[in-house]
Design a binder for this molecule. Structure first.
Ligand code: ATP
Length: 739
């Protein structure tokens, strides 16, 4: 720190080893100022005039004294001159010692405060006058005495001027230091308090001065964060650990370089630096700011913007308080949750922010989720940088997994991290939370974390809101539960393979850069009702350890223009973090043959379809569209689909397998059930078989019997009636006889 005004008179012999030593000397000086003022005071109003009655009436003698010619009132007393000399000598001593200390790198609170807020030596004296009664109660009495009123224990503007100014002219000149715009008051270091005792209101001179408690602590060497900010802030001293930031390496490098060059410039006109980082929660906005501060070796004061600024009336004051704290801590400011702040003209929130930055800021980070349009204009006179931090691509996600799993010493870290980063589109913050979640879950059992635990933890980090918009499909079904022709099964397995190796092919092998479209994994399942389309989605979800959400398109498609897109955008955004499988049932409702544009609504329907195609294209997970009416699907649309899987009506052989596997192991089943017969004679899809078996099971339970042919025939009859299929009693007659 440079204190040029002190350096001129530097001497080498003595210095302050501690800030408090300087304060002791400063108080000695205050004592001398008081002594001088006491003599002058007595000279101005000798004892006989001072009676207990001065509060009640003003005597003739007192008025005569007050009206004495100025020259007579100011007649110097030899003792006054002696004290004045002592003050001068002490002042020099204090200056010299302070300079020596500062050259040795010893921290002195008062000069430091003066430097931070550009206080003049006169303003420092005012601060000390206000500090004195906070340190020693004798000053209460002395100030009351000098102010000629036992109740006036705090220093007033008048008293400060009396103590520090030798002449009336000096007093008038010094009045500017007490204006609201002067550094002491603008910064809130001192506050003015009205004289509550004065029935007629107090003049400017009579107002009291009060030292801000935060500044009192600062001067006494306790540099804790302002008590008014403790609930909304956190002060951290970051380490320069670039390994904990998972953002685009090119951006990372350029920001580090920008910081380095910016702060190399020590000139006075160096611009203030404001960063605006925006992106989803947990992408590392704070971490990045911490690393940049770590580079400079400075602390970071993190503030919760919505909490700090919740009261619109106090917004300006609280911002000032926060930025002032940043100066006192020599810390950069990090304001998080900036999007939640009101942006209306009335609240002027961002204007206040720019203003606080202009007055007290030097390095500030603003963090939110949305890009800024006009707000950036407010920071035109500063170096303003806005950067988007998206959820990182798979290789960076993998690096984050490795980083957070390292302390756990897991086996197969390579395989796990590959799978986790490929399948979950989590931000680094969510990855950290997922690891912590898994650790907590395992804490009780004491067993080691498995890959499955981490998958569960990942799912817990995402899709919270998706539950409101879609139905989560259970994922109990395995490959052995689905009966399909070989080629269809092979197609389903290929889909899984593509998800597993997505990050390798698109990321590491660079296909991402090569292809401009066709990267989404869109799948169409077409086939009659009950042929296993939903079941297949369930099997895939289980095989990949992903969640699967069934979306009812009829609920999503809105008659209001633009609403459908909004609804779709919400679904995709929510699903994104976990790469959940999105299963759009009865997709033909939206993706049916695109109409020739004949009216405005048709045009919008086509826009909705194109929008969905685009979203499917961008989505990193699987999007499955299911339809019973493949022929209704728009050709141009189906061409954009990566996999089309036809679910055929099951042949007798497949029906046989489906019948067999629909009886749980625990269920009591008659040995004489003729599956062969059932599969040949009951020509229905898997969905109906499931219903028949269930119907039969209830009938059997009611009759307290094992499930037998009779129940199955009865169940079949019910199902036929339900689906409107012709029931012929004779068709199953041989079986009835048998049963
Ligand atoms: P919809 O078009 O009516 O929605 P879907 O094709 O999605 O029907 P699912 O809901 O998957 O059909 O099938 C319902 C139930 O029928 C499944 O849970 C399963 O019990 C049984 N099922 C259907 N097809 C098969 C199959 N191929 N293999 C095994 N079980 C099947």
């Amino acid at each position: 720190m440079k204190l040029n005004h002190l350096q001129d008179t530097a001497k080498t012999e003595a210095l302050y080893r501690h800030s408090s030593e300087q304060l002791c000397d400063a108080l000695r000086k205050i004592d001398l100022l008081i002594q001088r003022r006491t003599l002058m005071f007595r000279q101005a109003a000798p004892e006989p005039l001072r009676t207990d009655l001065t509060h009640v009436y003003i005597s003739h003698e007192e008025v005569n004294h007050l009206l004495r010619p100025t020259a007579a009132a100011n007649a110097t007393h030899p003792e006054i001159e002696r004290i004045a000399k002592a003050i001068e000598a002490l002042q020099k001593e204090i200056q010299n010692k302070a300079v020596q200390s500062l050259q040795q790198g010893i921290f002195l609170a008062l000069p430091n405060l003066a430097h931070i807020f550009s206080l003049s030596p006169f303003e420092c004296e005012i601060l000390l006058i206000c500090l004195a009664p906070e340190l020693d109660r004798k000053y209460d009495k002395l100030y009351a005495y000098l102010q000629d009123d036992i109740t006036r224990k705090k220093p007033s503007v008048d008293l400060a001027l009396d103590l520090l100014c030798a002449s009336e002219a000096e007093r008038w000149e010094a009045r500017s230091s007490f204006s609201p715009q002067a550094p002491l008051f603008r910064t809130g270091l001192l506050q003015v308090v009205e004289d509550m005792q004065s029935p007629s209101g107090s003049s400017d001179l009579a107002r009291f001065l009060k030292l801000d408690p935060r500044i009192l602590n600062y001067l006494l060497g306790a540099n804790q964060v302002d008590a008014g900010l403790t609930d909304v802030s956190k002060l951290i001293l970051p380490q320069a650990n670039p390994g904990s930031v998972f953002i685009d390496p090119a951006l990372h490098k350029s920001l580090l370089e920008l910081m380095r060059l910016h702060f190399l410039d020590q000139s006075k006109d160096r611009k203030k630096l404001v960063f605006h980082f925006y992106g989803p929660e947990g992408v590392g906005k704070k971490e990045l700011a911490a690393v940049l501060c770590g580079l400079l070796g400075i602390p970071l004061l993190i503030l919760d913007a919505p909490l700090l600024l919740k009261d619109p009336q106090e917004m300006e004051d609280h911002l000032r308080q926060a930025f002032r704290e940043g100066l006192l801590q020599q810390a950069a400011i990090f304001l998080e949750g900036i999007d939640a702040l009101p942006q209306t003209n009335e609240t002027h929130c961002f204007k206040y922010l720019a203003q606080a930055m202009r007055q007290y800021g030097w390095l500030c980070f603003l963090s939110g989720e949305k890009a800024w349009a006009q707000q950036a204009n407010l920071f035109q006179d500063m170096l303003f940088q806005s950067h988007h931090l998206p959820v990182p691509a798979a290789p960076l996600r993998k690096a984050a997994w490795i980083y957070y799993l390292r302390p756990l010493d897991v086996e197969n870290a390579q395989v796990w991290t590959e799978a986790l980063s490929g399948q979950f589109r989590l931000s680094p913050g969510q990855i950290r939370d997922a690891v912590q979640f898994a650790q907590c879950q395992k804490a009780l059992s004491g067993s080691k974390i498995t890959c499955a635990d981490l998958f569960t933890a990942c799912r817990s980090q995402s899709n919270q809101k998706l539950q409101d918009m879609a139905r989560k499909i259970s994922k109990r079904a395995r490959w052995e539960d689905i009966v399909l022709p070989e080629s269809q099964l092979a197609q389903l397995k290929e889909i899984c393979t593509q998800v597993k190796h997505r990050s390798q092919v698109f990321g590491e092998w660079g296909f991402d850069q090569k292809l401009s479209y066709g990267k989404g994994l869109s799948v169409l399942f077409s086939g009659p009702p009950g042929t296993g389309k939903t079941l297949a989605a369930e099997v895939i979800a289980h095989a990949l350890g992903l969640d699967c959400y069934q979306i009812d398109l009829s609920g999503l498609v809105s008659k209001y223009i633009g609403e459908t897109e909004k609804n779709l955008a919400k679904v995709f955004q929510e699903a994104e973090t976990s790469n959940a499988i999105l299963f759009f049932d009865e997709a033909d409702a939206l993706f049916g043959k695109r109409t020739e544009v004949s009216d405005a609504h048709d045009r919008y329907a086509n826009i909705e379809t194109s929008y969905l195609l685009q979203k499917m294209e961008e989505y990193e997970g699987i999007v499955i569209l299911a339809t019973n009416l493949r022929d209704n699907m728009d050709e141009a649309f189906t061409r954009r689909i990566r996999f089309i899987v036809e679910f055929p009506f099951p042949e007798a052989a497949q029906r046989l397998a489906i019948w067999k596997q629909h009886f749980p192991k625990e269920a009591p089943v008659d040995e004489d059930i003729d599956y062969d017969f059932l599969s040949k004679k009951v020509q229905v899809a898997g969905g109906n078989i499931k219903n028949i078996v269930l119907n039969a099971a209830f009938l059997a339970a009611e009759n307290r019997q094992p499930i037998g042919m009779d129940h199955l025939i009865q169940g079949t009859k019910r199902e036929y009636e339900k689906i409107g299929k012709l029931w012929d009693d004779n068709r199953l007659a041989p079986m009835k006889e048998k049963g």
